[in-house]
Design a protein around this ligand. Structure first.
Ligand SMILES: [Zn+2]
Length: 221
């Protein structure tokens, strides 16, 4: 066991996951005009004969009319691993998410896709928290693309204003592997040096605690 060092950075993994599926806009045959469609979280399968088709089912936000988004088209059934087939039949949440966030595939059948910035950010402490925390390293795990700027994510999760984030970046106390005004990227890293900040402990505690919807924070330990 190492002793808590003065210069050791606190290291934390943020898994940034959108809480709302992207909504494709398409002309609803029932409404007779363009409407946003929400992902139902369910697949429709047609495994007749040797060919397999699968659709992810969407519902019109206005009339609940159905639109089936083709995710697997006329593929030889024997090419499918039983596990994939079972996941389709069970409406496996991870598989739904993979297809629901495949904007390139969705974009082939719709003109416009509405994305949402709402995210949940479970946080995993990597190693033990040192007694004194002069700096913080945040690793970003972004399993599906999100339309959320890095500075907005940092401001929301650290409980700081975006002006404060900008000022700290200007002073060299925040450095990131990507631009702060661009989308959060998978594998991104952010380093904060805040030894001189009066509220350093408030900041690093926020960094390792998941912000609950109520505004309360669920902290480990
Ligand atoms: Zn409709």
């Amino acid at each position: 066991m190492g002793s808590p060092g003065m210069s050791r950075a606190l290291s934390v993994l943020w898994t940034v996951t959108p809480s709302i599926y992207p909504q494709p806009w398409r002309s609803c045959s029932r409404c007779g005009e363009p409407r946003p469609f929400r992902c139902s979280g369910k697949f429709r399968l047609n495994a007749n004969g040797k060919r397999l088709d699968a659709w992810l089912v969407y519902k019109c936000m206005a009339c609940d009319g159905t639109w089936n988004h083709a995710v697997i088209e006329r593929r030889a059934a024997r090419d499918f691993e039983p596990a994939v087939l079972a996941a389709l039949e069970a409406n496996d949440a991870n598989l739904v998410r993979r297809f629901a966030f495949d904007l390139a595939a969705l974009g082939k059948s719709v003109h416009r896709i509405e994305e949402f910035a709402e995210v949940t950010v479970p946080k995993t402490l990597l190693g033990e928290a040192p007694v004194h925390v002069p700096s913080l390293e945040i690793a970003l795990d972004v399993p599906v693309p999100i339309s959320l700027r890095l500075d907005r994510l940092l401001a929301a999760e650290l409980g700081l204003s975006r002006n404060r984030i900008a000022a700290m970046a200007q002073a060299g106390r925040i450095s990131a592997s990507g631009a702060l005004n661009r989308r959060c990227r998978d594998g991104g890293r952010v380093r904060l040096d805040f030894a001189d900040e009066a509220d350093a402990e408030v900041i690093w505690r926020a960094a390792i605690c998941e912000a609950a919807a109520s505004g309360r924070r669920d902290c480990p330990g």
